[in-house]
Design a protein around this ligand. Structure first.
Ligand code: BMP
Length: 452
């Protein structure tokens, strides 16, 4: 059997680890990036890897092998072929037709299943896989991992009683590459400092308070938003999606004391005028809230600039905040200038949205780089410096007939660490919008305090 070191050096030539500056899914800036997927394209290395992984399991009894999707699937398959231990396949999402099974293959309740993972960081995806495999009645004790990024995942799983067998730690990798002159001294120091200093990814890290968040803000609009939240004890944004300007003005007047901002879709107002905006601004000044235009720009920078400054809405003249997609890239966001706070759409609330993990992480990466972006619309956690705006909040409904999916304020504060809840029909569709807004204000603030 090939030795570990030789295996690593051959794999390195495939580009499985890169050095530089990389933003990880968690938002952390890392001096290295690991991607073991290219190994699947080398039958020789994949087969050698399976031998090395099986060697770590020689004293463990197991009747099934299961890889964590997707990178570990070829590794698990190679291990199964070499050891003749049957493979089962875990789906990433359950099928929405037929059996709706999460595990495919032949297995019996009570069988012992070894899990295979390419890289362990926080341990989160492994924990999810373990939960699903155990839900099917299988027993998980041993987990084999090719590379431990040394960010707390191994320790987390071991604290829960699982045995994690790792082929390499990132420090092993760095030492081997340094000894073979693939890295110089200063790169090694930088990486080791990162490993020492960077906090381990905490799955249940407490959310920051608004006071703590305020200190991380550089944009006047995000500062203002948090200051209003603190002074009025509310994190509620009301989405007044109605057609008539008089109705919006009436609602703004009624609910103004309970909110940090009114969100509009100007293009659904049938009688939009400059005077309407003038009156709305007066109410906003009197009741201390901001104006948020949910335009969701999604074009090249030049067109977005014209849409933002021109047409009949002249959004740049009155909106404190706007929403924009990131689909056209970083420079398309710069056209909004520095005065208006930009909230990018990283993840949508509707069923079947295309904003998957990959899209979201790229959207966050772009959002973190552009100085006028103050936060994102999303349905999951963001890096702390960005403000999280979560629509799809309703206390009584779970969805509508057009794909919207609702959560409660408690859920979005506890699970996503949201900063601002956006409520539309829950307020403007209520019999008594004023009372409804008070209720959402109270529930939102209670959920924030509880989850700090
Ligand atoms: P409602 O609570 O009535 O579903 O309204 C939600 C508001 O938030 C709507 O204005 C919608 O356009 C907006 N929104 C959303 O629901 N999901 C998203 O992902 C992004 C949004 O801006």
């Amino acid at each position: 059997m090939i030795n570990k070191e030789k295996f690593l050096l051959k794999s390195y030539e495939l580009g499985i680890i890169k050095f530089g500056e990389f933003t990880l899914k968690s938002g952390i800036l890392s001096p290295f990036y690991v991607d073991l997927r290219p190994l699947a394209s080398s039958p020789e290395l994949l087969s050698e890897l399976s031998q090395l992984l099986l060697a770590m399991l020689k004293d463990c009894r197991h009747e099934l092998i299961c890889g964590v999707p997707y990178a570990a699937l070829p590794m698990a398959t190679a291990m199964s072929l070499a050891s003749k231990v049957p493979l089962i396949i875990k789906r990433k999402e359950s099928k929405n037709y037929g059996t709706k099974k999460m595990l495919e293959g032949i297995f019996k309740e009570g069988q012992r299943c070894v899990l295979v993972e390419d890289v362990i960081t926080s341990g989160k995806s492994l924990l999810e896989t373990i939960e699903e495999v155990e839900k099917e009645g299988l027993k998980v004790k041993d987990i084999v991992v090719v590379l431990d990024r040394q960010q707390g995942g191994k320790e987390l799983l071991e604290s829960k009683g699982y045995h994690v067998h790792t082929l390499f730690s990132i420090e092993n990798v760095i030492d081997i590459l340094y000894n073979h002159d693939f890295l110089n001294q200063s790169q090694v120091v930088k990486i080791k400092d990162f490993l020492k200093e960077k906090p381990t990814v905490q799955l249940s890290a407490p959310r920051l308070t608004y006071e703590e968040k305020l200190k991380l803000q550089n944009h006047s609009v995000s500062k203002k938003l948090i200051e209003i939240a603190l002074s009025k004890k509310t994190n509620l944004i009301a989405s007044l999606d109605t057609h008539k300007s008089a109705e919006i003005l009436k609602l703004a007047h009624q609910i103004g004391d309970s909110i940090v901002a009114v969100k509009l879709h100007s293009d659904i107002i049938s009688d939009f005028t400059e005077n309407f905006i003038h009156e709305l601004k007066e109410i906003a000044a009197a009741k201390n809230f901001l104006l948020f235009e949910d335009r969701k720009f999604g074009d090249i920078g030049n067109t977005q600039h014209m849409q933002f400054t021109g047409g009949i809405y002249k959004i740049s003249e009155w909106a404190d905040l706007i929403t924009s997609h990131v689909i056209a890239g970083e420079e398309s966001l710069q056209v909004f200038g520095e005065k208006t706070g930009v909230v990018t759409i990283a993840e949508m609330s509707s069923k079947g949205t295309l904003t998957d993990e990959n899209y979201k992480s790229k959207a966050i990466e772009i959002s973190s780089k552009v100085s006028n972006v103050i936060g994102c619309v999303a349905q999951s956690k963001l890096p702390s410096a960005l403000l999280l705006f979560t629509p799809g909040v309703n206390l009584t409904e779970s969805g509508d007939s057009k794909g919207q999916q609702f959560n409660t304020p408690e859920k979005v504060f506890s699970d996503y660490h949201t900063d601002f809840i956006i409520v539309g029909r829950g307020i403007y569709g209520a019999k008594n919008p004023e009372e409804a807004a008070k209720k959402y204000k109270e529930e939102g603030w209670k959920a924030y305090l509880k989850n700090c």
